[in-house]
Write a protein that binds this ligand. Structure first.
Ligand SMILES: C[S@@+](CC[C@H](N)C(=O)[O-])C[C@H]1O[C@@H](n2cnc3c(N)ncnc32)[C@H](O)[C@@H]1O
Length: 274
């Protein structure tokens, strides 16, 4: 049933998926706006295109993971690859101090616009950029992520995150992003990257299979290729290494059926260091 609903959802063009979500939540969003139940810093449900769950709580949990697993500090300069609609930026704005800095970029303009209006307006050291790149889950046009150069100088960040982004990108794109990550991280800089990682022992759980097998990577859907992508562990670690990044840790996520209490998140977290 889950798989069927997913197939149906993916069969729609990206713009329809956004519109469907907006319409589905319109009554609740209107009610919450009228009764003042939603604080100004939480986007309406119909605009949260970046995943399910409690938006504010999951953002806070992710930032807690940055501190615990990567040693994030309040003065750090942070890059958020695929900044979405501010799930990570919002709790970070409470954590980074005035000497800290945040840069985020994303390929979905609605999310970037919302972040600029709601977050940059209150926190000028938080900046967001819209970049026009193709991704068949989120949009139908744009340039190629496999040759995109991040719009930042070399060695300009202490910490970077790609949370639930490389799970929606294909190997040549991730390869380029790791190369760019190496360029923009300072020596000793750390990145928190989430993936679905598999090896020969991985048993894909029912309802969350990756049936399209391309050897070193697997897809959940072969029409919408970026819907969900899983990477073979050795292949991924070698790609990181080839791009100058040392893999410091792999924290397995509960997507693979492990008990939630044993995992810091749903997706697997790969911590790399330049
Ligand atoms: C599941 S959402 C996660 C958003 C955000 N990182 C979070 O945790 O809330 C995936 C995000 O990746 C963005 N994305 C997809 N392809 C991208 C690319 N090539 N470069 C940057 N962002 C991309 C999407 O627009 C979307 O905002």
């Amino acid at each position: 049933m889950k798989n069927l609903a997913r197939k149906f959802y993916y069969a729609m063009p990206p713009a329809w998926r956004f519109a469907t979500r907006r319409l589905y939540y319109l009554p609740l969003d209107t009610w919450e706006a009228v009764t003042g139940q939603r604080d100004g810093l939480t986007p309406p449900r119909g605009l949260i295109y970046t995943g399910s769950g409690d938006f504010r709580r999951s953002g806070q949990q992710t930032v807690d993971n940055f501190k615990e697993l990567c040693g994030l500090q309040p003065h750090h300069h942070v890059l958020d690859i695929g900044s979405g609609i501010g799930r990570i930026a919002l709790p970070l704005a409470q954590y980074l101090d005035k000497t800290g800095r945040y840069e985020g970029f994303d390929v979905v303009k609605k999310g970037v616009d919302w972040c600029q209006q709601q977050i940059t307006a209150r926190h000028p050291n938080f900046r967001f950029q819209y970049i026009s790149l193709e991704n068949d889950l989120y949009r139908s046009d744009g340039g190629s992520a496999s040759s995109f150069r991040f719009p930042y100088p070399d060695a300009s960040f202490d910490f970077a995150v790609a949370n639930s982004v490389f799970t929606h990108m294909l190997p040549p794109e991730v390869d380029n992003y790791l190369d760019e990550l190496y360029r923009v991280l300072r020596p000793g800089g750390v990145a928190y990257l989430t993936f679905f990682v598999f090896d020969e022992k991985t048993a894909f759980p029912s309802g969350f299979e990756f049936p399209y097998d391309y050897g070193h990577y697997r897809l959940m859907d072969d029409v919408v290729k970026s819907a969900n992508v899983a990477f073979e562990e050795q292949y991924l670690f070698e790609m990181a290494k080839r791009n100058g990044l040392a893999v410091r840790a792999l924290h397995k996520g509960f997507w693979r059926g492990l008990p939630k209490t044993e995992c810091p998140d749903f997706q697997d977290i790969v911590v790399v260091e330049r």
